[in-house]
Design a protein around this ligand. Structure first.
Ligand code: PLP
Length: 239
Protein backbone atom coordinates (compact mmCIF):
# COMPACT_ATOMS: atom_id res chain seq x y z
CA UNK A 1 0.00 0.00 0.00
CA UNK A 2 1.40 3.38 -0.88
CA UNK A 3 1.50 6.29 1.52
CA UNK A 4 -0.64 9.38 1.05
CA UNK A 5 0.93 12.79 0.67
CA UNK A 6 -0.03 13.60 4.26
CA UNK A 7 1.67 10.42 5.50
CA UNK A 8 4.85 11.25 3.65
CA UNK A 9 4.93 14.82 4.96
CA UNK A 10 4.52 13.62 8.55
CA UNK A 11 7.25 11.06 8.11
CA UNK A 12 9.66 13.56 6.57
CA UNK A 13 8.89 16.27 9.12
CA UNK A 14 9.44 13.83 11.97
CA UNK A 15 12.84 12.84 10.62
CA UNK A 16 13.82 16.48 10.03
CA UNK A 17 12.78 17.38 13.57
CA UNK A 18 14.83 14.54 15.01
CA UNK A 19 17.89 15.35 12.91
CA UNK A 20 17.65 19.00 14.04
CA UNK A 21 17.34 17.91 17.64
CA UNK A 22 20.33 15.57 17.44
CA UNK A 23 22.49 18.34 16.01
CA UNK A 24 21.15 21.25 18.09
CA UNK A 25 19.77 23.06 15.06
CA UNK A 26 16.53 24.95 14.62
CA UNK A 27 13.90 23.50 12.29
CA UNK A 28 13.60 26.96 10.74
CA UNK A 29 17.16 26.76 9.44
CA UNK A 30 16.32 23.89 7.10
CA UNK A 31 14.23 24.51 4.00
CA UNK A 32 12.69 21.85 1.81
CA UNK A 33 12.78 21.86 -1.96
CA UNK A 34 10.06 19.52 -3.24
CA UNK A 35 11.66 17.87 -6.26
CA UNK A 36 8.89 17.25 -8.76
CA UNK A 37 10.96 15.81 -11.60
CA UNK A 38 9.49 12.31 -11.20
CA UNK A 39 5.85 13.37 -11.04
CA UNK A 40 3.00 14.76 -13.12
CA UNK A 41 1.51 18.23 -13.20
CA UNK A 42 -1.32 17.09 -10.94
CA UNK A 43 1.04 15.80 -8.29
CA UNK A 44 3.06 18.99 -8.54
CA UNK A 45 -0.14 20.95 -7.89
CA UNK A 46 -0.81 18.70 -4.90
CA UNK A 47 2.61 19.59 -3.51
CA UNK A 48 1.74 23.27 -3.86
CA UNK A 49 -1.61 22.68 -2.21
CA UNK A 50 0.28 21.14 0.71
CA UNK A 51 2.24 24.38 1.03
CA UNK A 52 5.46 23.28 -0.61
CA UNK A 53 6.34 26.47 -2.48
CA UNK A 54 9.94 25.64 -3.28
CA UNK A 55 9.92 23.34 -6.29
CA UNK A 56 12.93 21.64 -7.88
CA UNK A 57 13.38 20.34 -11.41
CA UNK A 58 16.51 19.17 -13.18
CA UNK A 59 15.57 19.36 -16.88
CA UNK A 60 13.82 22.22 -18.66
CA UNK A 61 12.23 19.81 -21.17
CA UNK A 62 10.45 18.03 -18.31
CA UNK A 63 9.73 21.13 -16.27
CA UNK A 64 8.32 23.35 -19.00
CA UNK A 65 4.76 22.03 -19.01
CA UNK A 66 4.49 22.27 -15.22
CA UNK A 67 6.17 25.64 -15.08
CA UNK A 68 3.84 27.14 -17.65
CA UNK A 69 0.67 25.64 -16.23
CA UNK A 70 1.37 26.56 -12.64
CA UNK A 71 3.06 29.87 -13.09
CA UNK A 72 0.49 31.22 -15.50
CA UNK A 73 -2.32 30.32 -13.19
CA UNK A 74 -0.99 31.97 -10.10
CA UNK A 75 0.38 35.26 -11.39
CA UNK A 76 3.22 37.01 -9.71
CA UNK A 77 3.09 38.39 -6.23
CA UNK A 78 0.45 36.05 -4.91
CA UNK A 79 1.06 33.81 -1.93
CA UNK A 80 0.79 30.60 -3.88
CA UNK A 81 3.39 31.57 -6.43
CA UNK A 82 5.93 28.75 -6.52
CA UNK A 83 9.64 29.43 -6.31
CA UNK A 84 11.53 27.28 -8.79
CA UNK A 85 14.95 25.79 -8.20
CA UNK A 86 16.99 24.45 -11.09
CA UNK A 87 18.91 21.49 -9.67
CA UNK A 88 20.21 19.68 -12.74
CA UNK A 89 23.24 20.32 -14.87
CA UNK A 90 22.44 23.18 -17.22
CA UNK A 91 23.63 23.38 -20.80
CA UNK A 92 24.51 26.90 -21.88
CA UNK A 93 21.96 26.79 -24.71
CA UNK A 94 19.18 26.22 -22.14
CA UNK A 95 20.11 29.26 -20.06
CA UNK A 96 17.72 31.52 -21.98
CA UNK A 97 14.83 29.17 -21.13
CA UNK A 98 15.65 28.71 -17.49
CA UNK A 99 17.04 31.99 -16.18
CA UNK A 100 14.22 34.33 -15.26
CA UNK A 101 11.83 31.40 -14.75
CA UNK A 102 13.80 29.54 -12.11
CA UNK A 103 14.77 31.75 -9.19
CA UNK A 104 17.64 29.65 -7.87
CA UNK A 105 20.38 27.80 -9.71
CA UNK A 106 21.94 24.91 -7.82
CA UNK A 107 24.43 23.62 -10.35
CA UNK A 108 26.85 26.38 -11.25
CA UNK A 109 30.06 24.49 -12.01
CA UNK A 110 31.96 26.34 -14.74
CA UNK A 111 32.91 29.83 -15.83
CA UNK A 112 31.42 29.52 -19.30
CA UNK A 113 28.05 28.81 -17.70
CA UNK A 114 28.49 31.71 -15.29
CA UNK A 115 29.19 33.98 -18.21
CA UNK A 116 26.06 32.90 -20.07
CA UNK A 117 23.88 33.23 -16.97
CA UNK A 118 25.36 36.64 -16.24
CA UNK A 119 24.60 37.88 -19.74
CA UNK A 120 21.00 36.66 -19.57
CA UNK A 121 20.54 38.08 -16.06
CA UNK A 122 21.67 41.50 -17.25
CA UNK A 123 19.25 41.38 -20.18
CA UNK A 124 16.47 40.67 -17.73
CA UNK A 125 17.70 43.15 -15.13
CA UNK A 126 17.96 40.52 -12.42
CA UNK A 127 20.62 39.01 -10.18
CA UNK A 128 20.54 35.23 -10.02
CA UNK A 129 21.24 33.54 -6.69
CA UNK A 130 23.43 30.52 -7.44
CA UNK A 131 24.82 27.56 -5.59
CA UNK A 132 28.24 26.42 -6.70
CA UNK A 133 28.19 22.68 -7.25
CA UNK A 134 31.16 20.85 -5.81
CA UNK A 135 32.05 17.25 -6.56
CA UNK A 136 33.20 16.38 -3.06
CA UNK A 137 33.15 12.63 -3.52
CA UNK A 138 35.20 12.81 -6.70
CA UNK A 139 32.93 10.30 -8.47
CA UNK A 140 33.42 10.53 -12.24
CA UNK A 141 29.67 10.55 -12.85
CA UNK A 142 29.04 13.62 -10.71
CA UNK A 143 29.09 17.21 -11.91
CA UNK A 144 30.84 19.92 -10.02
CA UNK A 145 34.12 21.60 -9.30
CA UNK A 146 36.87 19.79 -7.48
CA UNK A 147 37.14 21.21 -3.94
CA UNK A 148 40.58 22.69 -4.61
CA UNK A 149 39.19 24.66 -7.59
CA UNK A 150 36.68 26.50 -5.44
CA UNK A 151 38.72 29.50 -4.19
CA UNK A 152 39.82 30.58 -7.66
CA UNK A 153 36.34 29.99 -9.08
CA UNK A 154 34.75 32.20 -6.42
CA UNK A 155 37.26 34.93 -7.16
CA UNK A 156 36.56 34.70 -10.90
CA UNK A 157 32.81 34.84 -10.30
CA UNK A 158 33.13 38.22 -8.66
CA UNK A 159 33.18 40.00 -12.01
CA UNK A 160 29.74 38.63 -12.95
CA UNK A 161 27.37 41.15 -11.42
CA UNK A 162 24.33 39.21 -12.62
CA UNK A 163 25.17 36.37 -10.24
CA UNK A 164 25.30 36.14 -6.47
CA UNK A 165 26.87 32.97 -5.13
CA UNK A 166 24.77 32.12 -2.09
CA UNK A 167 26.07 28.70 -1.16
CA UNK A 168 27.51 25.35 -2.12
CA UNK A 169 25.70 22.30 -3.45
CA UNK A 170 26.72 18.69 -3.62
CA UNK A 171 25.30 15.25 -4.28
CA UNK A 172 26.55 12.35 -2.20
CA UNK A 173 26.96 8.94 -3.79
CA UNK A 174 24.02 6.63 -3.12
CA UNK A 175 24.82 4.52 -0.05
CA UNK A 176 22.70 1.67 1.28
CA UNK A 177 23.86 2.84 4.70
CA UNK A 178 23.26 6.64 4.69
CA UNK A 179 25.72 7.19 7.53
CA UNK A 180 28.42 6.56 4.93
CA UNK A 181 27.56 9.86 3.24
CA UNK A 182 28.57 11.89 6.30
CA UNK A 183 32.15 12.68 5.18
CA UNK A 184 30.82 14.21 1.95
CA UNK A 185 28.42 16.56 3.73
CA UNK A 186 30.92 17.41 6.43
CA UNK A 187 33.50 18.29 3.77
CA UNK A 188 31.05 20.60 1.99
CA UNK A 189 30.31 22.39 5.27
CA UNK A 190 34.01 22.84 5.95
CA UNK A 191 34.56 24.17 2.44
CA UNK A 192 31.73 26.67 2.99
CA UNK A 193 33.20 27.80 6.31
CA UNK A 194 36.62 28.19 4.79
CA UNK A 195 35.55 30.12 1.70
CA UNK A 196 33.32 32.36 3.79
CA UNK A 197 36.04 33.35 6.20
CA UNK A 198 39.13 33.30 4.04
CA UNK A 199 38.01 34.57 0.64
CA UNK A 200 37.55 38.23 -0.07
CA UNK A 201 34.61 37.22 -2.29
CA UNK A 202 33.13 34.49 -0.12
CA UNK A 203 30.96 36.42 2.34
CA UNK A 204 27.69 35.75 0.47
CA UNK A 205 28.30 31.99 0.45
CA UNK A 206 26.26 30.94 3.46
CA UNK A 207 23.94 28.13 2.32
CA UNK A 208 24.42 24.40 1.89
CA UNK A 209 22.18 22.61 -0.62
CA UNK A 210 22.66 18.96 0.28
CA UNK A 211 20.66 15.89 1.23
CA UNK A 212 18.18 13.88 -0.83
CA UNK A 213 15.62 11.19 -0.01
CA UNK A 214 18.22 8.65 0.99
CA UNK A 215 20.51 10.80 3.10
CA UNK A 216 18.82 14.02 4.23
CA UNK A 217 18.98 13.18 7.95
CA UNK A 218 22.76 13.03 7.81
CA UNK A 219 22.94 16.15 5.62
CA UNK A 220 20.90 18.10 8.19
CA UNK A 221 23.15 16.93 11.00
CA UNK A 222 26.08 18.25 8.99
CA UNK A 223 24.51 21.64 8.36
CA UNK A 224 22.27 21.49 5.26
CA UNK A 225 20.14 24.62 4.89
CA UNK A 226 18.28 23.38 1.80
CA UNK A 227 17.41 19.71 1.35
CA UNK A 228 16.13 18.45 -2.00
CA UNK A 229 13.46 15.79 -1.61
CA UNK A 230 11.90 13.91 -4.48
CA UNK A 231 10.90 10.28 -3.99
CA UNK A 232 10.36 10.29 -0.26
CA UNK A 233 8.19 13.41 -0.20
CA UNK A 234 6.56 13.96 -3.56
CA UNK A 235 6.79 10.37 -4.74
CA UNK A 236 7.88 8.82 -7.99
CA UNK A 237 5.44 8.00 -10.74
CA UNK A 238 6.27 5.53 -13.47
CA UNK A 239 5.71 6.78 -16.99
C1 PLP B 1 16.49 13.97 -8.43
C2 PLP B 1 17.30 14.86 -7.59
C3 PLP B 1 16.99 15.03 -6.23
C4 PLP B 1 15.87 14.29 -5.51
O1 PLP B 1 16.09 12.91 -5.54
P1 PLP B 1 15.39 11.92 -4.51
O2 PLP B 1 16.44 10.92 -4.21
O3 PLP B 1 14.22 11.35 -5.23
O4 PLP B 1 15.00 12.69 -3.30
C5 PLP B 1 17.77 15.92 -5.52
N1 PLP B 1 18.79 16.61 -6.08
C6 PLP B 1 19.11 16.46 -7.37
C7 PLP B 1 20.24 17.24 -7.93
C8 PLP B 1 18.39 15.59 -8.16
O5 PLP B 1 18.71 15.45 -9.46
Amino acid sequence: MSLTFEDRILLVEDRIARACERSGRSRDDVQIIAVTKYVSLDTTKAALAHCFRQLGENRWQDAQEKWEAITENTGSGTDDQPVWHFIGSLQSNKVKDVIGKFTYMHSLDRLSLAETIDKRAKQLGIVVPCFIQVNVSGEGTKQGLAPQELPLFVEQLARFKGITPIGLMTMAPYEAEPEQTRPVFKALRELRDEIQSSSEYGHTITHLSMGMSNDFDVAIEEGATWIRLGTILVGKEEE
